[in-house]
Design a protein around this ligand. Structure first.
Ligand SMILES: Cc1ncc(C[n+]2csc(CCOP(=O)(O)OP(=O)(O)O)c2C)c(N)n1
Ligand SMILES: [Mg+2]
Length: 570
């Protein structure tokens, strides 16, 4: 057996269940061995798409993703997706063939590429060490890292030499210190209007990246014990769906009521949340005099974006559990022993501070963007993106996965479409690249095939990632692709338009994107007014044999309000 085959078999055994990729000679054998070992292989049409699909699959499934690419251009094509995954701390293993000979056309500096985007680099060093090398790389990925494993062609082709194969070390969630638990409990005991902001670390906590369990139950129990309202960063949207105290997303996407309540908080606790400029609107969501606490299992995250009064190093779920124990019966961390309390037994403060009956009703009435009044600017030729999004929210089944590309339009689907839970929202925006939305929807759809995948794209992002339309059709995914088509790089138009700059470089003539979709095998509809959405209803009620592409010609008279936040950032 060649090393390539031994590595593929080994990775399949370690847990490689789905592999996305584009196969060339350098990753042919390793990919086939993964398949022979039981993994499912899904071919993308561009390595950028493959990397994003694997990232989105990992986020949605809550398990590490694998992507397999050819040497040289296979890897460089994948780099944007790898950068997105690395910045998002997605557990992702990139199997990258490598031409080790420096004069080869295919040679690239793999470690240099990895370092450039914040990914980890590892390598199959020799036939004797190859399995241990692959194992180490996989273990690194499990620790919420994106790892590029260079697989030199000569090592891959060598006969495999059986050697000892390490077994996985047991990892434990990081427990917070007893002093930190006492300090957080003391702040929460004394406050009146606490707000919890849950981020990526609450959605798929550190060592639990291998399972789908979020920290929702622990956070809700603690929130009940101290009377906190609940909100999330954009990437964790949906985490508290159904909780009456859920304010949905904090930051640029926050509704007026959510923003008001967050700003009036006397304590904000960020749970596995970086509290960055997006989530905190450059700090403007933090009221003067608000105590800011941050809990994270990564010490370097504490205080990285905002100065915090109290930074706690610890796993989100472990810390929330320990603080709730301390609040409920004065039990302090380390007491251990007793039976764990089930959620809901922590005693509630539904009458204190924020948790009044009036506010509960107000949240139910006002917190969703779609319930915020607006003047519909649809003009018969173009549909207002808010009206479009609300109509789609009504039409699409609740069991959906929404994936959103980047651009001026991005807030409309993010804010106006509800999602069933945190796995129902896939937001690959850490690198702020356009063109990732469609591949994100594919990866998420493969992870949750029972949910209707909805890819929300701008016309720019849609045409940038267009090759993966064929992948949707080939894989038979019954997806809805909705293109918010303003015939422009709207973000740039609204960025520079007010300064009177020429905009010819960022405006485009109309493109019949519905026809482009039909060319790939989609059902394609053009929507200019609400009445045109009947075709969408028809598709939803039909057999959904082909995926649906909606080219929505949207109004674009002004920049979106959340984009103003982005312009402050660069
Ligand atoms: C790969 C990449 N290239 C360029 C940009 C700069 N950029 C940000 S938004 C945007 C326009 C996107 O256009 P579209 O997808 O139509 O969305 P819209 O802004 O029009 O709503 C561009 C070019 C980027 N973020 N990523
Ligand atoms: Mg556009």
């Amino acid at each position: 057996m060649r090393v390539a085959e031994a590595v593929g078999h080994h990775l399949a055994k370690l847990g490689g269940e789905v592999v996305f990729g584009v196969v060339g000679s350098g990753n042919f054998h390793v990919t086939n061995a993964l398949i022979a070992g039981g993994a499912r292989f899904l071919a993308a049409r561009h390595e950028g798409g493959a990397a994003v699909m694997a990232d989105a699959w990992a986020r949605t499934a809550g398990r590490p993703g694998i992507v397999s690419v050819h040497q040289g251009p296979g890897l460089t094509n994948a780099m944007t997706g790898i950068a997105e995954a690395a910045k998002s701390r997605t557990p992702l293993l990139v199997l990258a063939a490598e031409a080790p000979e420096i004069r080869s056309n295919f040679h690239v500096d793999v470690a240099g590429l990895a370092a450039a985007v914040g990914a980890e680099a590892d390598r199959l060093y020799s036939p004797a060490s190859a399995l241990a090398d692959a194992f180490r790389a996989y273990q690194t990925a499990l620790g919420r890292r994106t790892v590029i494993l260079a697989m030199p062609l000569n090592v891959q082709a060598a006969p495999w030499q059986a050697g000892s194969v390490p077994t996985a070390p047991r990892s434990y969630p990081a427990a917070p210190s007893p002093e930190a638990v006492t300090a957080v409990a003391a702040v929460l005991r004394g406050c009146e209007r606490p707000v919890f902001i849950a981020g990526r670390g609450a959605r798929s906590p550190g060592v639990r990246a291998v399972s789908r369990v979020s920290a929702r139950a622990e956070l809700e129990r603690l929130a009940d014990a101290c009377g906190a309202l609940l909100t999330t960063s954009a990437v964790a949207k949906g985490l508290f769906r159904g909780n009456p105290w859920d304010l949905d997303v904090s930051g640029g996407f926050a509704s007026p009521l959510a923003a008001e309540l967050i700003t009036r908080a006397d304590v904000i606790v960020g749970w596995g949340c970086s509290l960055n400029m997006w989530t905190m609107r450059h700090g403007r969501l933090i009221g003067t005099g608000t105590t800011l606490i941050q809990v994270d299992d990564d010490a370097s995250a504490l205080g990285a974006h905002r100065p915090v009064h109290l930074g706690v190093l610890g796993d989100v779920a472990e810390t929330a559990r320990a603080v709730a124990d301390a609040l409920v019966d004065g039990r302090e961390a380390g007491d251990g022993g007793g039976e764990p309390e089930s959620p809901g037994t922590a005693g509630t403060r539904d009458t204190r501070g924020y948790r009044s009956a009036e506010l509960r009703e107000r949240i139910a009435r006002e917190v969703r963007w779609r319930d915020v009044p607006f003047a519909d600017e649809s003009d018969g030729q173009r549909i207002d993106p808010r009206a479009l999004s609300i109509a789609l929210d009504d039409l699409l089944p609740a069991e959906r996965t929404v994936a959103v590309d980047s651009g001026n339009f991005m807030g409309y689907p993010s804010m106006f479409l509800s999602v069933p839970d945190e796995a129902g929202f896939c937001f690959t925006q850490a690198f702020q690249s356009i063109g990732l939305g469609l591949a994100s929807a594919i990866g998420a759809a493969v992870a949750r095939p029972e949910r209707l995948a909805v890819a929300a794209l701008g016309d720019g992002g849609a045409l940038m990632g267009v090759s993966e339309l064929e992948t949707v059709v080939r894989l038979g995914i019954p997806m809805v692709v909705v293109v918010y088509d303003d015939e422009a790089y709207g973000a740039e138009v609204h960025h520079f338009g007010p300064d009177g700059d020429p905009l010819d470089t960022v405006r485009f003539p109309p493109a019949d994107i519905a026809a482009i979709g039909r060319g790939f095998g989609f059902e394609g509809v053009t929507v200019r007014r609400a009445g045109d959405l009947g075709a969408v209803r028809g598709w939803l009620n039909g057999p959904r044999e082909r995926p649906l592409l909606i080219d929505a010609k949207v109004t674009s008279s002004r920049g979106s309000w959340w984009l103003q936040e982005a312009f402050r950032g660069h």
